[in-house]
Design a protein around this ligand. Structure first.
Ligand code: PLP
Length: 393
């Protein structure tokens, strides 16, 4: 059988099965959603996002809607997958250990500080499951990456959602207040969808403050976009997580490493914190081929630098185009940016789709702020012309 590169990658991606959660929704979860005032029919955010992705994956579409890396997993990852294809019939064991060791070495921590996930999404879900309950809320700001909040509602845990501030930064004071008595705080840094970042000192202060005012609360710092940050005041929270059992960090291979379809992520924290989540994780949660690819990618610092530069150049080009058209761009420390287009994002998105460009969905309460992911320079040049035409219409 001949295996083209395209078919091979499609097969590899499909091997990491997703979990269809909606049919399993508990009565409690359904009630929780209804209680959010979302109408008579329970809203299924997973189905909505899937429908959005189906639209954006139409042939020829410029896909700048999901903060993916347009450059893909890279040659080393592809070679590693080919080299390990002959063990694709076996459940993973050794490669899980290898990847864990490799990540630990790269980060300067111990293997017992690492827990692998089927994307960092699985880590987020297990954290919600482990640390929240009907009496211990999740704090998840608004807007932020919604997986944790959606899952908390699904299992019947209350969600407290302080709004971002006027500059679209996470309001850490409001989040500290909300954390009192909560089970888990979801702190996305840089934050998706606003692309704003907090420096090392403010994250450390926040964790200390919550540690004093609500010692039982766990803080999850999601660093999915860590590698893209340019703010010199920023630094990873991993050193804090190695000392403090009340917090941990989530990372992913889906962004700078271009492996979103391969589903590899991980948590970094103290073994006792990780142990509380581990029971909620699926066994054999990452495919052999994804493990092999991630293993050779994790320490590839030259690739990270290259991806960062490409992202920076295409981002600056796009931001300048919006500014030139008179729209305010929120300073971005990620591979996406928010722009106030002064009109309803839903309508604008539908117009852009008709013209072959898929942009981010609407993120209430920021209904006029468009989230644009950074594609290749060639894609952004085309997309900017579509934005110009659509905004003029
Ligand atoms: C902030 C953040 N965290 C986590 C994820 C989940 O990523 P994955 O499950 O692919 O690792 C995403 C995906 O877009 C994200 O934006």
């Amino acid at each position: 059988m001949t295996l083209s590169r395209r078919n091979f990658l499609t097969t590899a991606a499909a091997s990491s099965a997703g979990i269809a959660m909606y049919p399993m929704m508990s009565a409690r979860g359904r009630e929780a959603l209804m209680a959010q005032g979302v109408g008579q029919q329970p809203v299924n955010p997973m189905a909505q996002r899937r429908a959005d992705r189906a639209l954006s994956s139409a042939p020829g579409m410029i896909r700048i809607d999901s903060n993916e890396n347009p450059n893909g997993p890279g040659a080393r990852a592809f070679e590693a997958m080919r080299a390990n294809f002959d063990i694709a019939n076996r459940y993973p064991v050794t490669l899980e250990d290898d990847l864990t060791t490799e990540i630990a070495r790269y980060l300067g921590v111990k293997p017992e500080n690492i827990m692998l996930g089927c994307g960092s999404g699985e880590v987020l879900r297990s954290a919600v499951q482990a640390f929240t309950s009907p009496t211990r809320a999740l704090v998840s700001p608004m807007p932020s990456f919604e997986l944790a909040a959606d899952y908390a509602r699904f299992i019947g845990s209350p969600v407290k959602s302080p709004r971002v501030d006027a500059k679209l930064h996470l309001d850490l004071d409001a989040m500290a207040d909300a954390a009192k008595g909560a089970g888990l705080v979801y702190l996305c840094n840089p934050n998706n969808p606003t692309a704003t970042v907090h420096g090392k000192a403010s994250i450390a202060d926040y964790i200390e403050k919550v540690g004093k005012s609500s010692p039982q609360t766990i803080v999850l710092v999601d660093e999915a976009y860590h590698e893209y940050v340019e703010d010199p005041n920023y630094s990873t929270a991993i050193p804090l997580a190695i000392d403090n059992p009340r917090m941990f960090v989530a990372r992913t291979f889906s962004k700078v490493f271009g492996m979103a379809g391969m589903r590899v992520g991980y948590a970094v924290g103290r073994p006792e914190t990780i142990a509380r989540m581990k029971g909620w994780m699926l066994g054999s949660n990452i495919s052999q081929l994804s493990l092999a690819a991630a293993k050779v990618t994790v320490g590839d610092v030259a690739r990270i630098a290259e991806e960062k530069k490409k992202n920076h150049d295409a981002k600056v080009f796009t931001a300048k185009a919006f500014t030139g058209m008179g729209y305010e761009v929120v300073p971005s420390d990620a591979n996406f940016m928010m722009v106030d287009i002064k009109r309803d994002v839903k309508v604008f998105k539908a117009e852009c789709i008709k013209r072959g460009v898929a942009v981010g969905r609407q993120f209430p309460p920021l209904n006029t702020h468009l989230r644009v992911s950074v594609g290749t320079m060639a894609e952004m040049q085309k997309a900017v012309e579509v934005f110009r035409t659509t905004l003029a219409g």
